[in-house]
Write a protein that binds this ligand. Structure first.
Ligand SMILES: [Zn+2]
Ligand SMILES: [Zn+2]
Length: 379
């Protein structure tokens, strides 16, 4: 399975994604994910210019629409007018083959092709349907809001504003995770900033700790050799989320870099392990079985990042991590209070990957946060 991620299978044109259960529902029209993929491929089949932009905007509008468009009377307002005839035509296709044929007919001068940077992402409609389906953990039972940013690094608002927003969403505890001042983040916290934030967290807990318990985390940078940009002395008393932000476009194998980071003292979680971004980059290459075995052995949590353009890990890799007996932490990676809702996307991803509620720390009380990790020196 992991091998597939070393050499991704490229599909030949026309290669519009087909829903796996299509054959069982012969009357069903195509899903938003497939429609969006057709529009992305159409966009890329045209040279840079107005037409390409129109199809791209339509693709994102369909991908981000929270309900499947089959049976919908109205198309989303976010679809550009110029793309409406094309979208209506594609939407009329009743099978994957018909959609592929229609896409081929409408294609511009360049070859249609799938992109690995779009593989394994859930459309907004798939996220919503996943959340509503039986067996998916209930978002309302989430207790911990993990991995969000404040304006101390690249977030939009102050710590207290984010904390109040977590509280309004029903969290009982929350882990702020601003960036450290690494190679990739000039706005990150230095030693003084970390200390200032520690005091702000203490102040919050003194005043409001009964309603929402705040814990200081840090999103530390995994350097090229797998060490962290955070000195050992700065790791005590905080939850360290180690994350890769550099070398993401390189096609070399980064197993060693990730394993070294997992084994660094004081690491609590491996944040957005793939470093992928929707329609931009597929993420790093690694032997994920080895990475997840190392995380399970070290008791390091594997993050499922629900920021919609990240969706990191993808469901297939969540399944691999689950098979390796990893435990998970769900993250919104919020940079604004309204992003805190992205932990629902992480819940949908977890469910799609088969991660059980019992393996997800966010559903547990605060005192389980670092269970099995007596080495973590927490206040
Ligand atoms: Zn990050
Ligand atoms: Zn982050």
């Amino acid at each position: 399975m992991a091998k597939r991620y070393h050499g991704r299978v490229r599909r030949e044109a026309p290669c519009v994604r087909r829903a796996p259960d299509r054959m069982h529902y012969p009357g069903r029209v195509v899903r938003n994910a497939e429609l969006a993929e057709a529009l992305f491929q159409l966009a890329e089949s045209h040279p840079p210019g107005e037409l390409r932009l129109v199809f791209l905007r339509a693709a994102y509008a369909v991908f981000d629409h929270p309900r499947e468009l089959d049976g919908a009377r109205r198309l989303p307002d976010t679809v550009p007018l110029e793309a409406l005839p094309t979208l209506s035509m594609l939407r009329g296709c009743r099978t994957g083959d018909a959609l592929a044929a229609a896409t081929q007919r409408l294609a511009g001068p360049h070859r249609l092709h799938a992109s690995p940077a779009r593989e394994g992402f859930l459309s907004a409609a798939e996220v919503e349907a996943g959340l509503a389906s039986a067996g998916t953990p209930d978002v309302g039972r989430l207790r911990g809001a993990v991995h969000w940013h404040t304006r101390a690094s690249d977030g939009a608002v102050a710590l207290e504003t984010m904390a109040r927003a977590c509280q309004r969403r029903g969290a009982a505890w929350a882990v702020v995770a601003d960036h450290t001042r690494g190679l990739a983040c000039v706005n990150g916290l230095d030693a003084e900033g970390i200390e200032l934030q520690r005091r702000a967290v203490e102040t919050w807990n003194r005043r409001h700790g009964d309603e929402l318990r705040l814990v200081q985390g840090l999103e530390a940078e995994i350097l090229d050799d797998g060490r962290l940009d955070l000195p050992r002395s700065a790791r005590s008393g905080v939850l360290v989320l180690a994350a890769v932000h550099t070398g993401l476009a390189e096609r070399r194998d980064q197993t060693g870099r990730l394993v070294r980071a997992i084994e660094e003292p004081g690491v609590w979680a491996l944040a957005h392990p793939q470093g992928r971004l929707f329609a931009r980059r597929p993420g790093i290459r690694a032997n994920w079985e080895v990475v997840f075995a190392a995380a399970a052995a070290a008791g390091v949590l594997v993050e499922i990042n629900g920021f919609p353009r990240r969706q990191d890990l993808d469901p297939t890799l969540i399944g691999l991590a689950r098979a390796a007996a990893c435990r998970f932490v769900l993250a919104s990676d919020a940079h604004h209070p309204r992003h805190l809702a992205f932990d629902a996307t992480a819940v949908a991803l977890a469910a799609r990957g088969g991660a059980a509620e019992a393996a997800i720390v966010n559903f547990e009380p605060l005192d389980h946060l670092a269970s099995g990790r007596p080495d973590l020196d927490l206040p």
